[in-house]
Design a protein around this ligand. Structure first.
Ligand code: CP
Length: 303
């Protein structure tokens, strides 16, 4: 059985297969593909998009969902049951196990005790591989290719798990990266070293305007207000709030993406701009997660 814990668990050929399958499922729904399958959806941390798009994905493929949105109200949360025992039980009731947990490494631990495939829906600041799958699918859908794109990442590049795993995945396709962040929120050095070892061009910038006219993808992220005092937060976010004027010289094919939730780092006037694609990106979570489920549960991995 195949667990999906990190984006590094998938090779380039598998990523391409998932993107292709997501596109086919978006065009042609398959309402019986997961008939008689029971999928556990277990959330020990808050979520709107990941949980609901995953559960929608299962139900639109004809499968059934069991689980909980509030892990605090389980025997683990209330009575002190271990994660290992909880996973043993939940996996004995299901054909696949999707989970989000606040602690880094929780999904990897769960995979050691699960009798069915575990899919990581986010473990602390570590990994969010299914977000990366929907990001890749969306980039492919809007650009027609993943090869050699110019991609800017903006905002909290230090703590943003979506940025880390998307940059790793896009590095398999020879993209060029522009990192737009204050020094306090810069991309971790180990990731920059890893990208450069693969021959990926990386440059560093202090404002969106410096780079926007060169880009194919502008990937915005939330500066995490809760980590800073108000003065520091206001300083950190200045230059990292996107408005429509900044898009005046953008290339026609540029798309603005964001994993969401947005706070105020994209002005709401951008929502109706032709470059905005973040709400369709969130919708694509259904198709990318359907593709992953289909491949995990119907054993079409190993391409
Ligand atoms: N993008 C994302 O993971 O959103 P949620 O936290 O709402 O699931």
């Amino acid at each position: 059985q195949r667990h999906i814990i990190s984006i590094a668990d998938l090779c380039r050929a598998e990523l391409e297969l998932i993107i292709d399958t997501a596109g086919r499922l978006k065009a042609t729904p398959q309402p019986t593909l997961l008939k008689n399958k029971v999928i556990a959806s277990c959330f020990f941390e808050a979520s709107t998009r990941t949980r609901l798009s995953f559960e929608s994905a299962v139900q639109r493929l004809g499968g059934n969902v069991i689980g909980f949105a509030d892990g605090g109200n389980t025997s683990l949360g209330k009575k002190g049951e271990t994660l290992a025992d909880s996973v043993r039980i939940i996996s004995s009731y299901s054909d696949a196990f999707f989970m989000r947990h606040p602690k880094e490494g929780a999904a990897r631990l769960a995979s050691e005790f699960s009798s069915v495939p575990v899919i990581n829906g986010g473990d602390g600041a570590n990994q969010h591989p299914t977000q990366t799958l929907l990001d890749l699918f969306t980039i492919y859908e809007t650009q027609g290719s993943l090869e050699g794109l110019k991609v800017a990442f903006v905002g909290d590049l230090k703590y943003g798990r979506t940025v880390h795993s998307l940059a790793q995945a896009l590095s398999l396709f020879g993209c060029q990266f522009y990192f737009v962040a204050p020094q306090a929120l810069a991309m971790p050095d180990y990731l920059i070293d890893e990208l450069r070892e693969k021959g990926i061009a990386c440059s560093f910038h202090q404002s969106i305007e410096e780079v926007v006219d060169e880009l194919d993808i502008l990937y915005m992220t939330r500066v995490q207000k809760e980590r800073f005092d108000e003065t520091e937060y206001q300083y950190l976010r200045s230059g990292f709030v996107l408005n429509t004027d900044m898009l005046a010289n953008a290339k026609k094919n540029l798309k603005v993406l964001h994993p969401l939730p947005r706070i105020d780092e994209i002005d709401i006037a951008v929502d109706s701009n032709p470059h905005a694609y973040y709400f369709e990106q969130a919708r694509n979570g259904v198709f990318a997660r359907q593709a992953l489920l289909a491949l995990v549960l119907t054993n079409h991995f190993g391409v």
